[in-house]
Design a protein around this ligand. Structure first.
Ligand SMILES: Nc1ncnc2c1ncn2[C@@H]1O[C@H](COP(=O)(O)OP(=O)(O)O)[C@@H](O)[C@H]1O
Ligand SMILES: [Mg+2]
Length: 334
């Protein structure tokens, strides 16, 4: 059984301008100890998925489909159960997390409180555990007495990671955990996350727009475009032999870790991703696709098999041929 199993997830934000379909039919499976990378340009729906998984989206947002965590239905959980699950089973580290610390409380106390609230230990034991956690994330235990403003950005992010680990979750959702940090610190925090993941056997959903970061840490990759996963499979295959032209463009834009100065917008890709309220017909990527052909504005491609555990939503994939042929046969077209 998967640790996390998401099926047919749709998310509609409610706004004055009408519903915003930010996620449109997404499936995700993460096994125990497995790391799935979720990538795509800004606005593709990555954080919306992260928010949906722990039900952190604004009230009124319509979320449908199923989200099973350890077999338990997240969308049907009562508030008390949900609060417990957020710490003890799945926790989240996000980009702005550094600013989520309480500025007037010592960082050690904040971590300790989380442990106590969720009945993970008694006071004395919790105190010892905080020291251990800080050490685990590479901070000297004396930092326990510091206030957030006494720590650098990278140190604060380490505290947030310690906090995420405080109640022994089996899944960590990391949403752009290194994006707000400068390049050197980014590499250190990434290394830390990688080591913790391995040592503790954590499962992780690692979200970032930067594919080169993901290739370092992930077993599998899922690439999002306009609210859907357009390619998913083993990390190496997806990165080095991308089946979807969008993945190819992303991979070319983020060649390898540490080469920050070469980073640019996805190469050869004109324009921006579409707004969820204004999606083009057929394949949503066709207006920007260097390989688009006559069928692309008309057929909305589902995920076609590329190889074992590897699928891409592109009509150029071999296994899409029957769909193209059916569309060409008079009377059977869409
Ligand atoms: N609270 C919200 N209300 C309305 N639209 C939103 C809200 N949050 C995000 N969106 C829209 O949903 C889409 C996906 O956003 P997001 O999930 O943040 O993407 P990503 O994390 O990939 O950058 C974007 O078009 C964004 O403008
Ligand atoms: Mg985001």
């Amino acid at each position: 059984m998967s640790l996390l199993s998401v099926h047919d997830l749709f998310v509609n934000y409610r706004t004055q301008g009408g519903p915003v379909p930010a996620v449109r039919g997404v499936d995700i499976e993460i096994g125990t100890g497995e790391v799935l990378g979720l990538a795509g340009e800004s606005g593709c729906g990555k954080s919306t998925i992260a928010g949906a998984l722990l039900r952190l989206l604004p009230t009124g947002t319509e979320v449908t489909g199923s989200i099973l965590l350890n077999g338990e239905d997240v969308l049907g959980m009562r508030p008390g159960r949900l609060r417990a699950v957020r710490w003890t089973e799945t926790s989240i580290v996000f980009q702005g997390a550094m600013h989520a610390l309480n500025p007037v409380q010592r960082v050690g106390e904040q971590i300790e409180e989380a442990i106590l609230i969720h009945h993970q230990a008694g006071e004395r034991e919790a105190h010892v555990r905080v020291g251990g956690l800080l050490e685990q994330v590479g901070l000297p235990p004396r930092r326990i007495k510091d206030y957030p403003h006494e720590l650098s950005g990278g140190q604060k992010q380490r505290v947030m990671i310690a906090m995420a680990l405080a109640c022994n979750p089996s899944l960590i959702i990391a949403d752009e955990p290194t994006t707000a940090l400068d390049v050197m610190v980014q590499a250190q925090v990434l290394k830390l996350l990688k080591e913790l993941q391995r040592d503790l056997g954590l499962a992780m959903l690692f979200i970032t727009h930067d594919l080169s970061v993901l290739i370092e840490v992930c077993d599998r990759l899922a690439i999002m475009y306009a609210g859907r996963i357009v390619e998913e499979g083993p990390a190496q295959s997806v990165f080095y032999e991308s089946a979807h032209p969008y993945t190819r463009a992303l991979a070319d834009a983020f060649p390898a870790i540490g080469e920050g100065r070469f980073r640019k917008a996805p190469s050869g890709l004109p324009g921006d991703p579409p707004y969820p309220q204004d999606l083009p017909g057929g394949c949503t990527f066709h207006p920007r696709c260097p390989l688009a052909f006559e069928a692309c504005p008309h057929i909305d491609p589902r995920l076609f098999d590329v190889g074992p555990g590897w699928r891409a939503a592109c009509l150029l994939v071999d296994s899409a041929k029957p769909v193209l042929e059916a569309a060409r046969t008079p009377g059977s077209g869409p």
